[in-house]
Design a binder for this molecule. Structure first.
Ligand code: ADP
Ligand code: MG
Length: 617
């Protein structure tokens, strides 16, 4: 008697299953991609664990994905020889939604009229549930590898029961049939029998999932099924390594009435034996292929904005191929969050085999930590073992090359493709400012990519500002200045209307309007641009050399008279303001506004003061 433990699904899971099944019907091929990508993850985990726990995997037994259709049972089966799951992991990983935010996501989708698209399912790591798009019943058999910690693993079965609100877990009465890994069997819905047709299946895998794994995928191509005479000897073993062998199938192991054995003749077909895309000549790779690779590799189902595919040499004699991708979005909280390791965003491979995502002390700097990159080295440098990899010069060189390529890619888009660069600015406007402030070595190049709003234009580079100025501005005293007004958090229209901009505007001068905290930090870090000095127009003592200042006797007389006239007012204002201001003076800076509060020439600007008090909190 098998001891089955019945579990209720976490309520969100039951809701989620409904959503998936109801709204993804037309998109249900995605289950292939999701299950293959889970198999890939499990195989990768096994290999990574085996780097430190040698007993887990002998390094020789095959790591692969096998897909098999069982026509007689209308069922479809995917197996991997990966890390497997124990009973608890089966319960938790397949019966609950572990990821934070998933529950909110489910509620949001429930309220949404049109339902959800397949991309969101993948992005939220809900892949396993896509099985229910094509199956009424899902059975998962899994066993972790033997290890010193776990010398006697048991093979367990997870079985979703038909009532859809619960599942069962029990130890497999057959014992260990898998070695290690996971086998998922889908009892296909009656309208999903297309997936049993091998040529069709292979075509779909190529279309949707060829990038979901770099491990070999074998598909069982069943040729025919013939009844087996009782005395016939059993032939072959059921693994892809014995290709083109006939194997014996127990057609109906549970049905005692039908004890007839049948021979299933067929062969395993290795369907992804082509070299990985990054090994190919970029000229032969289509945009769609780059996009699919990106989506499958980084589990981001939005298309990337741009990419660069190149061959390089690390400098320590290791040649490699790489693709650097710019995602089309980054987390809104990116700038305010502390730097997280870019787990999953960097994939370092050696000879096509995934080694690590962790570049250790040579992780990408904050400003570039969102970049997604695949690097495939021909070999590790001789003196680098996997254990010492994280502190090797090789990674340092790789980091430098990735950043250089990224900047080149941005620059190329800025020069050649206005529309794309506008998209880049939407996402990376602030990030580029951070890069220019943070990355001393590449500061000039990154700062060239930064765009500012001005009183005259929505967007200008510093170079364009200077070009514009040379055309319009002749006055010697101001010609070598880049004017800016900084007030963080204010809108651009507010800054345009500022009293400080008035007088410059009246003269036709362009003023950079800085309203992000990073703007002013960047300007103060740069100090000059191509010999032009940044000049804060909110600081006292701004002089225009265009003759409007007090340089005739008459002017000075007029000013003296005004000073006399307003002396009582100034004295009164000074007394009223007390400690708050250093001085109250008569000014000729303003055109329309009656008065302005300005920073002392040598003092911190209001904006920097705000920043400092914010960081001291
Ligand atoms: P995600 O893959 O994004 O985590 P899924 O719903 O696809 O979300 O899978 C949930 C979890 O179930 C995985 O994180 C993994 O722990 C486990 N899992 C799924 N398939 C397998 C498998 N073939 N082998 C081992 N573990 C698996
Ligand atoms: Mg998954």
């Amino acid at each position: 008697d098998i001891h089955k433990v019945k579990h209720d699904y976490q309520s969100d899971v039951a809701r989620l299953r409904k959503i998936v099944v109801n709204s993804l019907y037309s998109n249900r091929d995605i289950f292939l991609r999701e299950l293959i990508s889970n198999a890939n993850d499990a195989l990768e985990k096994l290999r990574i664990v085996a780097l430190t726990e040698k007993d887990v995997w002998d390094g020789a037994s095959p790591l692969n994905v096998t897909i098999k259709t069982i026509l007689s049972k209308n069922s479809w089966n995917v197996s991997d020889t990966g890390i497997g799951m124990n009973a608890e992991e089966l319960t938790v990983n397949l019966g609950t939604l572990a990821k934070s935010g998933t529950s909110d996501f489910v509620s949001k989708v429930e309220r949404q009229e049109g339902g959800v698209n397949g991309n969101l399912i993948g992005a939220f790591g809900l892949g396993f549930y896509s099985s229910f798009l094509v199956a009424d019943k899902v059975t998962v058999v899994s066993i972790p590898p033997k290890s010193p910690k776990n010398p006697n693993p048991t093979q367990n079965v997870f079985s979703s029961s038909a009532d859809e609100s619960s599942f069962e877990i029990y130890s497999d009465p057959r014992g260990n049939t898998l070695g290690h890994g996971t086998e998922i069997t889908l009892d296909l819905k009656s309208d999903a029998s297309d997936y049993l047709h091998t040529p069709n299946l292979i075509k779909l895998i190529h279309q949707h999932s060829s990038f979901s794994t770099s491990f070999p995928i074998y598909v069982w191509d069943e040729v025919e099924e013939v009844p087996l005479e009782d005395d016939a000897s059993e032939v072959g073993i059921d693994t892809p390594e014995d290709e083109e062998e006939a194997v014996v199938e127990d057609a109906n192991p549970t049905d005692s009435a039908l004890k007839t054995k049948k021979v299933v003749v067929g062969k395993w077909e290795h369907i992804n034996s082509q070299p990985p895309l990054w090994m190919r000549d970029p000229k032969t790779v289509s945009d769609e292929e780059y996009e699919l690779l990106y989506q499958a590799t980084f589990k981001d189902f939005r298309k990337p904005l741009a990419w660069s595919h190149f061959t390089g040499d690390s400098g320590s004699g290791v040649s490699f191929r790489a693709i650097v991708y710019i995602p089309s979005h980054i987390d809104e909280a990116f700038l305010t969050k502390p730097l997280e390791s870019n787990a999953k965003d960097v994939r370092l491979l050696v000879k096509h085999v995934f080694i690590t995502s962790d570049l250790g002390e040579y992780s990408l700097p904050k400003w570039a930590s969102w970049v997604r990159v695949i690097i495939d080295a021909e070999d590790l440098p001789l003196n680098v073992s996997r254990e010492t990899l994280q502190s090797s010069a090789f990674l340092k060189q790789i980091r430098g090359i990735v950043i250089r390529r990224l900047i080149q890619l941005f620059t190329k888009i800025a020069e050649e493709d206005d529309d794309k660069f506008a998209e880049i600015q939407k996402v990376y406007r602030t990030i580029l400012k951070l890069g220019a402030a943070e990355d001393e070595k590449n500061r000039q190049k990154i700062a060239s990519l930064v765009r500012f709003s001005t009183n005259q234009r929505n967007s200008t580079s510093l170079d364009d500002y200077i070009k514009n100025k040379k055309q319009g501005q002749k006055q010697a005293c101001t010609a070598s200045m880049i004017f800016y007004l900084a007030d963080m958090g204010k809108s651009i229209s507010h800054l345009t209307g500022s009293v400080f901009v008035e007088k410059l505007d009246a003269r036709g001068y362009e003023v950079l309007l800085l309203n992000e905290p990073l703007d002013e930090i960047l300007v103060q870090t740069l100090r000059t641009w191509k010999g032009f000095k940044f000049q804060d127009v909110a600081k006292a003592g701004l002089v225009f050399g265009d003759g409007e200042h007090l340089n005739t006797d008459e002017d000075r007389e007029v000013m003296a008279a005004l000073e006399k006239k307003y002396a009582p007012l100034l004295a009164w204002l000074k007394a009223e303001a007390g400690e708050v201001v250093r001085d109250v003076v008569l000014s000729d800076r303003l055109v329309i506004s009656p008065c302005a509060v300005v920073a002392d020439t040598t003092g911190l600007t209001a904006n920097v003061q705000k920043l400092m008090s914010a960081s001291n909190r």
